[in-house]
Design a protein around this ligand. Structure first.
Ligand code: FES
Length: 121
């Protein structure tokens, strides 16, 4: 059963369909959360997704210079385009670069009926 993406509470929380994010890839979105409008990125690994604020902990710039270009060439980690910081996909932790040891702020998301949704109430 597909989620109703057109109206009601689910529509407010829905970001996209899962199949709109390439498996092994990432996309950026602007979403409205309880704490305001935020730019986020979502990485997909099969039926698992990881979402973070699209803001580098180093100086706060968006991670992507080119839209939706968030990952390293081999797709193994997230890269900041500004100064090259590298982040683990699984927990957003920076393991290399000027913000080493500082994670990307996580965004709570879930998959329901093929839709990627904010997990907040
Ligand atoms: S702004 Fe991301 S590494 Fe400097």
């Amino acid at each position: 059963m597909e989620a109703d993406l057109r109206s009601g509470r689910d529509a407010r929380l829905t970001i996209c369909r899962l199949d709109e994010i390439p498996d092994g890839g990432a996309r950026g979105f602007t979403v409205e959360t309880a704490s305001g409008v935020r730019d986020i990125l979502i990485v997909r690994r099969g039926d698992t997704i990881f979402a973070y604020e699209n803001s580098c902990p180093h100086v706060g710039t968006p991670l992507d210079w080119v839209s939706d270009q968030f990952l390293s060439e081999d797709g193994s980690h997230i890269v900041c385009a500004t100064h090259g910081a590298q982040f683990r996909i699984e927990d957003g932790m920076c393991f290399s670069g000027p913000c080493h040891g500082v994670p990307l702020p996580p965004i709570a998301v879930k998959i329901r009926d093929g839709a990627v949704m904010l997990a907040e109430s």
